[in-house]
Design a protein around this ligand. Structure first.
Ligand SMILES: Cc1cc2nc3c(=O)[nH]c(=O)nc-3n(C[C@H](O)[C@H](O)[C@H](O)COP(=O)(O)O)c2cc1C
Length: 338
């Protein structure tokens, strides 16, 4: 077989396909990129502990997040500027996620309007990621469009009062190509530096579940519970914000323990294999989000690429579950990883 067989193949092909400007933006992390690399390495350090002679007939990869049924415990992370990866951008991702039976979270910095993305896959569940700009009217307008277009949750990203220092972007003098306009422009609009836990209540006032994305400590996990979050995403923004923080999978258990079942815990950062998903589930995640794994496939093959990468991950999860001695994501427990 000479086509891509796994996420790493897509990563390599995407580097060949993308121009240097776009590749620097998608591939880069903050500072020395030590956290970005550690997100991947930490999954590789963890070891699975399979149980044998378990009946694994009639297994399933299906699960739920926030009450929504999905085909596997993998959803699409909010990723800015997808038309830099492929001309179909967010429309391709939305269609592929819908066909795969999972949720796409659309970025505030989407290069296709939220209403248009919704229209591309009208039946599919979708979430909207919120950055709160200094000029709140811009944020409020985007939230209003998302609500009108049937987005089912608001995902507040809390690890980015400023964008991290991404030296690949500085070296290449990264520019958004002409003709591509982000709905919320994270490069020109300042973020609201006064954003606080109280704003969770403001956001909840829109009537949708609020997901807090970008915390990695027990202290913040407890605050998220106290301020009414429906879920948290243990995330360091794919290593693009504060370099030197823990890999997300190393921080996961601390957050899961602090939350103590009060809300769902999701994770992103470094997920490249179905077995990474299983490790996150074993440490207490309900599901994971994929960022770069999705965008490499988008760059290589558009909608078909994203569909393929989701199918590859689902196949890896299905096989991994059976070899681990589990019939479903719910069966994966703390004893399955060390
Ligand atoms: C190119 C790129 C753009 C991103 N844009 C956003 C964004 O607009 N909003 C956001 O909340 N997170 C953004 N993220 C972070 C992702 O949602 C996610 O946390 C991260 O990609 C997970 O790590 P992974 O790429 O190793 O899967 C971005 C990440 C990348 C790589």
């Amino acid at each position: 077989m000479d086509g891509p067989l796994n996420v790493w193949d897509y990563e390599r092909l995407a580097e060949e396909r993308l121009d240097a400007n776009a590749h620097a933006y998608f591939a880069g992390g903050a500072g020395d990129e030590s956290t970005m690399r550690d997100n991947v390495a930490a999954f590789q350090r963890l070891k699975l502990r399979p149980r044998v002679l378990v009946d694994v007939g009639a297994g399933t990869t299906r699960t739920t997040v926030l009450g929504t049924e999905i085909s596997m415990p993998v959803v699409i992370a909010p990723l800015a500027l997808q038309r830099l990866a492929h001309p179909d951008g967010e429309l391709a991702t939305a269609r592929a996620a819908a066909a795969a039976g999972t949720i796409m979270c659309l970025s505030t910095a989407t290069t296709t309007r939220p209403a248009e993305v919704a229209a591309a896959a009208p039946e599919a569940p979708r979430w909207f990621q919120v950055y709160v700009f200094d000029d709140r009217a811009i944020t409020e307008e985007l939230i209003a469009e998302a609500i009108d277009s049937g987005y089912g949750a608001l995902v507040l990203t809390v690890d980015a009062p400023f964008l991290g220092r991404r030296e690949r972007d500085l070296r290449i003098d990264f520019k958004i190509p002409e003709g591509i306009t982000p709905a919320g422009n994270i490069f020109t609009e300042g973020f609201d530096l006064g954003l606080s836990w109280r704003d969770l209540e403001w956001l909840a006032g829109y009537g949708l579940p609020v997901v807090v994305k970008g915390l990695i400590t027990a202290e913040d996990a407890r605050l998220a519970c106290e301020h009414g979050a429906a879920a948290v995403v243990v995330s360091n923004h794919g290593g693009r914000q504060l370099d030197g923080v823990s890999a997300t999978v190393d921080a996961l258990e601390e957050v899961v323990d602090a939350v103590d079942g009060r809300l769902e815990v999701l994770l992103d950062g470094g997920v490249r294999r179905g077995t990474d998903v299983l490790k996150a589930l074993a440490l207490g995640a309900r599901a994971v989000l994929i960022g770069r794994a999705m965008v490499w496939a988008l760059a290589v093959e558009g909608e078909a690429g994203v569909a393929h990468v989701l199918q590859l991950l689902r196949d890896e999860i299905q096989l991994g579950l059976a070899l681990l001695g589990c019939r479903s994501p719910e069966d994966v427990s703390r004893g399955h990883v060390t």
